[in-house]
Design a protein around this ligand. Sequence first.
Ligand SMILES: [Zn+2]
Length: 190
Amino acid sequence: MPETPEQLWERAHDALRMPPLDEWETFPFDGAMTPRALAPPVDREAPRHGENGVDCRRCALADDAYAWTNDRWRLFPYDHPALPVVVLLEPREHYADPGDLPDELAAELGVLLARVERAVRAVPHVGRVHVCRWGDGGEHLHWWFMARPARLPQLIGSFAAIWEDVLPPLPDEVWRENLALVSDALEREG
Ligand SMILES: [Zn+2]
């Protein structure tokens, strides 16, 4: 039987584990750490930004804020990331979750996930492109493409998203050039 949040909390809050961080070469932090206490469930989750498209910042943005667009999709450049490229793929129209997309857009999404990943991976010195969807912040559907640098083994895996907040932002000219390489590669694909 599926567990309610209350049941999960009751079972887990006194049984938290500390993973072996000292064995995780990719963990960005040193020093003694303990798990944060697990707060009990709330009655209702806070709404996401732009719920139902109301006052949605993404819907309101003009195309010139984007690195690439077509009739139904837009690629948003994360401003001066620390990783070589961080871009977000969004449908032009306001959809909240992947399962809300009509089949035609979902099929296009599959093609675009591959195209954007290929375009980002083509930037020199990119080791891998993480393609991620979280969706607990803004409601407007967005897929993250996070390029991690090559040959820095500590930056592999999911902690790359945390290293993004630890490493210093890219110099302006590096950011713009990397982004232009991605945009140009997508334009060439049509
Ligand atoms: Zn929106």
